[in-house]
Design a protein. Structure first.
Lengths: 563, 276
């Protein structure tokens, strides 16, 4: 197998070299990204008992992308390296390296052929999305083949088949799909007519498990009570229909998806044991559905977006025995705002795949060149009415000429930590966070940004403390000297103890500072950073996909370069 | 164009026309295999999902008819006592054992310390443990272990005699491990079952200490031939009772043998009460 890979990539490399000498010169591109951590043990904040802190002391991960296009050919390859990395599992160490992905694509008039690793999605991604998110080490590319055929200038048909990438190999189950999209322009041919278009599409994805996986699930339910057992099938089919309608300033997207009954593990249902008693979580076999719609209006400085979603039993993975961020076949859109400030982003709701109903309203208005305002409302419940998340976010931005600008506002949140962070019995976290972000430009090259937030949090009466880690104060100073340098100093201070605030040697709650110092240097297409970080445990989210991160203490060095 | 759309609609519809023959869950089988396996349950009183994991293990123990022996390793992670805890289960040997494993989270378990690439496989997520349990129970019995405990209440001392008989040739160095555990300890446990702290949770098979080295004591340097019998003796003094802990009638002696050629895999296990 190794010999086969060696010969294959030798051929690819030779191809690169060969075509570079052709008369018609192609286009060669690349990118390099690396992050290295130097771990410093700090048992007080929980940064210990992990191999990197106890013995390895250093961990890194790097990605090198190379691409070449010529004469309708597009070839790409990426080398991945993980060295004592904590990216795969924040509580363990991972080391491996190799070809992370490769592809060869050729366009032939109406037909596009691609083999290798394929990133794609159907509709909004509800039934299928293959994408990469390095911060969470999600890379679920399809390892196989794809054909895209232009039935007409407006209509495109896509078919694909393969297996889902799993680091340097692939999951055993097979995935195949079909997607048909078209574009219809219904705008009247008269001058001044309002733009009116439709972009409908349908999609289907079929996943086939191996018999081995089916047998493992069968073994898992073997000791269930007879009434809790079910038949096991290898195939699951997901279908969706969607449409984007554009009518002047109005855009309306709607998608409906259905998944045929499949076996999956539901961690929110109790199961009675045949020996008596109950446990939390059980294998079930159920069909799933998602309804999602987004309606927006944008004109004359006013922007309104209203989204609604209903999700039931739509956890779709390459193997239903996988959990957390592993083996995701699809992507269900999040229903909360992507907050960027340290404290406003601390409690971010992960998209629930089994039971969720949600609404989100986003209102923006630009009063004039200087003043704009924003209000965002997010409302997420379980299908049984369990309150999951509430958010009211407001922002007022004022710009004074080109000299300074200020953003300020307040965020109010209700966050069901019991569901989102699997912490049974904890109360719903309630926070109020005022914030301010001030940017001052001394001249064309130098600027100073000051950002600050304060988190007020509710009481955990049972614990006798504030909820979770208690209250926080955050402040950041960023001094930038264009075009190359940026210096950042920040501190997150636990002002008032919470239930989870660490306890020091004397047995008292330790109100700690979590400082961070960063230096950024940018030169053309290269960006370097060096940071000292002390970070409290929290969650990292991107697009509604989240994972718990333990506390971090140490130095970090990153490089990002494109060529 | 219409023909193309009709063609692909026909292809699309074939997905719906196919029917599949399902697989039925296997029947529970009664086996004459007397191999006894060891499950090390990496747990902790602050690990809410560990409550369900312990119940699942107890169910498997009950269904196995004595073929599963359990050690509850409270160790370090999520094991620090709750505010109302009477006991602290973070014993030295439990901590050392937990640190020797590549733990990704709790609950996790080892099944006969089966290893991959020289490292003991530690499986998280109790709801996916069944295949590992089944795989170990299906392996043939290769040894017998007889253990006796002569406990004296007067001095709270027991003399433990271990007799290991190989049923087939066992290659390479064989190590014997003897552990002391205690069950029926009622103490708070964060519980996913009730969604709160369960103040009356029954903790079973809590590892107190090893009478042998953590890695075991060498029993046979060059393996054992079929029908060969080897013995080992140990003495243990049960600490004075403390708040319901160290009750001899609730204490257990867990004995198992491992093969160094198989990277420490458990060949057979045994459990008896310390005081009958």
């Amino acid at each position: 197998m190794i010999k086969l890979k060696f010969y294959f990539f030798t051929i690819i490399f030779s191809f690169f070299v060969g075509i570079s000498f052709c008369q018609d010169q192609g286009s060669f591109t690349g990118g390099f990204q690396s992050s290295a951590n130097f771990f410093m043990r700090d048992s007080l904040i929980g940064a210990f008992n992990i191999p990197q802190y106890d013995s390895e002391l250093f961990g890194t991960q790097a990605w090198l992308d190379l691409g070449y296009t010529q004469n309708g050919f597009d070839i790409g390859i990426r080398f991945d390296m993980f060295n004592n990395s904590n990216l795969l599992n924040p509580n363990a160490s991972y080391t491996d390296q190799g070809i992370g992905r490769w592809h060869i694509e050729k366009r032939l008039e109406k037909l596009q052929i691609r083999v290798g690793h394929i990133y794609d999605q159907i509709g909004s991604g509800i039934i299928y999305r293959a994408f990469e998110e390095r911060a969470l080490l999600i890379d679920n590319a399809l390892y196989g083949g794809r054909l895209i055929y232009a039935l007409s200038d407006e209509t495109e048909l896509k078919v694909f088949a393969g297996r889902q990438r799993a680091l340097f190999s692939a999951y055993e189950p097979t995935i195949r799909g079909f997607n048909l999209e078209t574009y219809v322009n219904l705008t009247k041919q008269e001058e001044g007519s309002t733009l009116f278009t439709l972009a409908p599409g349908i999609g289907l994805v079929n996943r086939t498990l191996t018999q081995n996986i089916v047998d493992e699930i069968g073994a898992a339910i073997r000791d269930y009570r007879d009434e809790d057992q079910f038949k096991l099938y290898r195939n699951t089919i997901s279908v969706s229909a969607y449409n984007t309608m554009s009518l002047g300033p109005i855009t309306w997207f709607a998608e409906a998806a259905y998944k045929s009954p499949e076996s999956f593990f539901n961690q929110f249902i109790d199961r009675e044991l045949i020996t008596g008693g109950f446990v939390r979580g059980t294998w079930v076999r159920e069909a799933g559905s998602v309804l999602y719609s987004s309606l927006s209006y944008a004109k004359s400085g006013l922007g309104i977006t209203l989204e609604g979603k209903r999700t039931e039993n739509f956890d779709f993975r390459a193997d239903p025995q996988l959990s957390l961020l592993n083996g995701l076949v699809n992507f269900i859109p999040p229903m909360n705002r992507n907050n960027t400030y340290r404290l406003t982003a601390r409690y971010s709701p992960a998209t629930q795949t089994l039971s969720e109903q949600a609404l989100q309203l986003d209102l923006k208005y630009r009063w004039n060149k200087k003043l704009s305002t924003l209000v965002n409302l997010s409302y997420i419940d379980g299908l049984d009415g369990t309150r999951l998340y509430r958010e009211l976010f407001t922002e007022v931005m004022y710009k004074y000429k080109r000299q300074w600008q200020v953003k300020t506002g307040i965020q109010y949140q209700n966050y069901n930590q019991e569901i989102y962070e699997v912490k049974p019995g904890v109360p719903i976290v309630e926070t109020i966070i005022p914030y301010v972000d001030f940017l001052y430009k001394f001249n064309r090259k130098q600027s100073l940004r000051i950002e600050s937030q304060y988190m007020m949090i509710g009481e955990d009466e049972k614990a006798g403390f504030k909820q979770d880690y208690g209250e926080w104060f955050f402040i950041l100073f960023e001094y930038a000297v264009a075009p190359h340098w940026s210096f950042v100093v920040s501190d997150m201070y636990n002002t008032s103890a919470g239930k989870n605030t660490p306890v020091d040697e004397s047995g008292e709650k330790a109100l700690l500072h979590y400082p961070r110092f960063d230096i950024y240097y940018t030169h053309k297409a290269n960006r370097f950073s060096f940071s000292y970080i002390k970070q409290v445990e929290g969650i990292v989210c991107n697009g509604g996909i989240c994972r718990l991160e333990p506390a971090f203490s140490g130095f970090n060095f990153t490089v990002n370069s494109s060529f | 164009m219409k023909f193309k759309i009709l063609f692909f609609a026909l292809v699309f519809s074939t997905f719906w026309s196919c029917s599949e023959i399902p697989t039925m869950p296997p029947e529970r089988t009664i086996t004459t295999n007397r191999r006894v396996i060891l499950i090390e349950d990496l747990t902790g009183v602050r690990c809410s999902n560990c409550a369900s994991a312990q119940k699942l293990i107890e169910e498997q123990v009950a269904l196995s008819n004595g073929r599963i022996v359990v050690l509850g390793i409270h160790g370090i992670a999520l094991a620090n006592p709750l505010p109302d805890s009477k006991y602290d289960f973070r014993y030295e040997d439990a901590q050392a054992l937990e640190l020797s494993y590549d733990l990704v989270g709790k609950p996790s378990a080892t099944f006969n310390r089966v290893s991959e690439g020289g490292f003991t496989v530690v499986e998280p997520n109790a709801n996916f443990w069944q295949p590992f349990i089944d795989a170990e129970l299906e392996k043939p019995q290769v040894a017998e272990i007889e253990v006796t405990s002569d406990f004296s209440l007067e001095d709270r001392t027991t003399t433990i005699e271990v007799e290991v008989k190989a049923l087939s040739n066992l290659d390479g160095p064989i190590d014997v491990h003897v552990a002391i555990a205690e069950s029926h300890l009622i103490d708070p446990q964060d519980s996913d079952i009730i969604g709160a702290i369960d103040d009356d949770f029954e903790h079973n098979h809590v590892l107190k200490e090893f009478l042998t080295d953590i890695k075991g004591n060498q029993l046979a340097a060059d393996g054992m031939t079929a029908d060969e019998t080897l013995t080992a003796s140990f003495t243990y003094v049960v600490p004075a009772p403390n708040n319901g802990e160290w009750t001899p009638e609730n204490m257990e002696i867990i004995t198992f043998i491992t093969s160094r050629d198989l990277d420490g895999e458990v060949l057979h296990a045994n459990q008896i009460h310390l005081a009958e």
